[in-house]
Every structure is written in C-alpha cells, then in structure tokens.
Design a protein around this ligand. Structure first.
Ligand code: 9YW
Length: 447
C-alpha cells in the first residue's frame, strides 16, 4: 500500500525489517546507534535497543545492557557514549579527555556526560516481554534484573546526589547533549550565553559528511558551543561537583526530571518484586516523589506547560517543545491541570494538527516560531519519544491514548527505512536511515 509516494509495509514485513536492522548494526557485544552516523553505543539508545532485542532473543537483550553497565563509572554515572574501536566519530574519547578520570572503568573508553535515565523502564519492559514469551526467558530476564538492580540504583543515586540541587528541584544538565535533544530550541537561550574561549582547540566535524543534507544537523556555531562545554568538562577533570560549579551551561531539564521520576518509581517496583532492601526501595520512591513535584511545580501558571530552568540566568525557559508535556510521563499534577495538558497535546498545535502525516506530537509545535520541520530536534517527529509517552500513558491507565500512539507511531515508521527522525507533514525519513532505536521501538509496538 502507498500514501503519497510513501510505501507502507505490512506489520509482519515491517517487524522483520526492524529485526534485520538490529542484526545488521550488531557488533556482537553492542548494537551501534546507527550504521554510519553513530558507530558507538549511546546510553539511552542502548536501553531502547535492548527492549527491542528482547523480542528477538532475550539473551542478546541482556548482553546489551551488560555492555552498557560494564561502562558505568565507579561513582554510579552511566556515560552517554561507550566507544567501540571505530574512530570515525567526533568528538571521540581523546577529545573528551576521560582517560584520566579515576571513576572511569579501566577497560572501556567513554564520554564524560550522561543521558536521560530510561534504563529501568527498558528493564521493566524486557522482563514483561520475556514473561510473555516463556518461563525460561522470564528466568533469564529476572536473573539479570537481580544483577542489574544495584547498578541501576547507584545510577539513580548519582543523579540524586550530584544533579538535584540548584534548579528548583529539577535534574540539572551541564550540556545540551545530556538532554538527548541536542539542538532543541529549549537550549537556545542558555547556549547563547556560552561563549567559546579563544583557546578552544581546533576540530573537524564528521557528522555533516555522513548525512545527505547537512542542513538537518546542528550548525557550526552550535557545534563550537558544544565543544567548548566539552573543553570545560575536561578541564574540570570530569569531577561531578567541579563540573557543576564550572559549566557555562547549567539547566534544570524538566523532561529528564520526569523520566527520572518515572524510572525511579519503576525501579522501586522492580526492587519490590525482586526482594531488594526496603530502605533502598524507599529512597528511590523519595527521589521519584521529589522529581515528580519539581516537574509539576515547573508548569507555567497560565499555559499549564512544563518548563526548564536556566540556573545561570535564574529564569524559566518557555519553549513550545514536547518537553512541555513531561508531567504526563510521571503524573503529579492536579486532575484539572492534567486534563488541560492532555487536551493541549491532542489539540491543533500538537498531535491534532490537521497536516501531520501521523497524529503524534512533533518535537516542536508547528505553531511555534522555533519550528523547522526538517531540523533534528527542532520540529521532526521522533518515534522513540512517541514510544516513551505512549508507554507512560499505558502505565497511567490511558489505554486509548496508548494504543493511538502505538498505531500512529507504526504508521509514521511504516515506510520501513527506520529514519532517525521524520518530516512531520510528508513522513520523509531524515537524519540516519536504519537507526537502531527506531527499529527497536517499532518492533516493540508490533510484537
Ligand atoms: C550526535 C544516538 C544519539 C542520541 C541523541 C541524539 C544524537 C548524537 O544521536 O546525538 O552526535 O548528534 O541527539 O539523543 O542518543 O542516536
């Protein structure tokens, strides 16, 4: 079947193609984020990828998370990139200067920042998938979960210890890359205040050589700022408290905060199932509650939308991005405020926009002046975000919404190219084709 010039695959063929993407991107111990553009393991990608792998082979799913956890720093941080031997990506480990960080495990090279903590959510999903498959698979997943639980708890403790003060209770990030939404308009104002020093070491970008249209990637000006922050992190020796003290970019990220709330609660529930220590479970629920409250408190008194907080400027950041709906991920709003936020999400500025190819929210509202339908985190639709919101809706008991997101997400990705992101009006796949996490969430939707 075809809509416009888009070919739509049937579910069985789409699922088979998704499985092939994961297989083709598999190096054995890890599935790279994409074949050419991102030849390494990314932290939050790995979580979604493992969840997709669970539908093919639960052993392989477990191995993916073991690879990631083997790169966990001794202080608990899970780094945002685990580098493979491939040096065809910039910035690589030399530029990060992480080799000298005492917390880094000796035998893996990593970046020095983190990404949204979705890992407990993936683990929950892997267990649920394995339980549906067979008793043997369930046992494999549960055994792994018992091993992984303490590591994930230490990861959450790291966030609570080092990133939960100074931004109105929101989880702070020290680089836009930590948000996972690199060049979102959410970060325009804080990035404007980042002034790259004259001593920024020179560099050559590789990303723009690997996409058809470099206009879909961040600009050189943005990249200078990204690299300047990497330089500051390096000069702070990647010491977590020193990093927070010295970074020119310090922002409370409401989306990361909501994900942290949801994942902490999920991890606590898992701990209760697995017989983890009661005090540790209670601590996770405390962090979840704090993060949920901070998310709710960030909402604009008039629009009801959640906001980020720029610590250096001391101001709330109003941008019409999908992060405005973060409270729907973790709950915590009064019923009327929540209903209003859901209505906004369903309305014409978001999922209900009449020209969208699939009725799911783009990364930025088409009504916003920041909107650009082809530019990375500034407008395209991202299947992975649709999965996350849809999963949270299911958990919250909003079955109709959850299945609508699933069906529309499948429709968006039905061309079978597994784009990194999609032009929201035409459905044209953009960025990297055969992006692993896109394949993984499609597989999860279909199985
Ligand atoms: C980059 C791998 C990563 C994602 C991020 C996304 C992008 C890397 O790709 O960042 O070089 O731009 O923004 O969320 O984890 O898929």
């Amino acid at each position: 079947t075809a809509t416009g010039n888009r070919v739509a695959h049937r579910p069985t063929s789409l699922a088979a193609r998704a499985a092939t993407v994961l297989r083709d991107n598999d190096t054995g111990s890890l599935v790279t984020a994409s074949p050419r553009l991102y030849p390494h393991m990314w932290s939050w990608d790995a979580a979604f990828i493992a969840m997709g792998l669970a539908h093919i082979d639960v052993h392989r799913a477990v191995r993916e998370l073991r690879t990631l956890l083997a790169a966990q720093w001794h202080d608990g941080m899970i780094p945002h990139i685990v580098f493979t031997g491939d040096d065809d990506y910039f910035p690589g480990p030399d530029r990060w200067g992480t080799d000298d960080a005492p917390q880094r495990p000796r035998d893996v090279r990593t970046s020095g920042i983190c990404q949204p903590p979705v890992h407990a959510i993936a683990l929950r999903r892997i267990i649920d998938t394995a339980r549906r498959t067979s008793k043997a698979d369930a046992a494999i997943a549960e055994d792994f979960a018992r091993d992984a639980w303490p590591s994930l708890r230490r990861w959450h403790r790291w966030i609570a210890r080092h990133r939960m003060s100074g931004a109105r209770g929101l989880v702070t990030i020290v680089h836009g890359w930590e948000s996972g939404m690199d060049n979102s308009p959410r970060w325009d104002a804080p990035y404007l205040a980042v002034r790259p020093g004259a001593d920024l070491p020179p560099y050559v970008r590789l990303d723009v050589l690997k996409v058809d249209d470099p206009g879909q990637r961040p600009s050189d000006d943005e990249y200078d700022r990204y690299l300047w922050l990497v330089e500051q992190l390096r000069r702070a020796g990647h010491q977590p408290d020193r990093v927070v003290e010295t970074s020119a970019f310090l922002v409370g990220d409401v989306f990361v905060t909501a994900v942290f709330a949801l994942a902490s609660e999920t991890l606590a529930d898992l701990g209760a199932e697995l017989g983890a220590p009661a005090a540790e479970i209670a601590e996770l629920r405390k962090w979840a509650g704090q993060a949920r409250d901070a998310t709710a408190r960030s909402c604009h008194p008039e629009t009801g939308k959640a906001r980020d907080f720029d610590v250096h400027a001391g101001t709330w950041l109003d941008t019409d991005s999908l992060a405005a709906f973060s409270p729907l991920l973790c709950g915590g709003l009064p019923a009327a405020a929540e209903e209003r936020l859901v209505a906004t999400l369903d309305g014409p500025a978001w999922s209900g926009h009449p020209d969208l190819i699939a009725a799911v929210p783009p990364s930025v509202s088409p009504h916003s002046e920041d909107f650009d339908p082809r530019q990375y985190w500034r407008g395209p639709q991202w299947p992975v975000l649709i999965w996350l919101f849809g999963w949270a809706f299911g958990l919250r008991g909003w079955e109709r919404h959850a299945s609508e997101f699933r069906a529309q997400g499948v429709h968006l990705a039905s061309d079978g190219s597994f784009g990194e992101y999609y032009e929201p009006f035409t459905g044209e796949p953009l960025g990297s084709p055969n992006q692993s996490w896109t394949a993984a969430v499609v597989l999860d939707w279909l199985c």
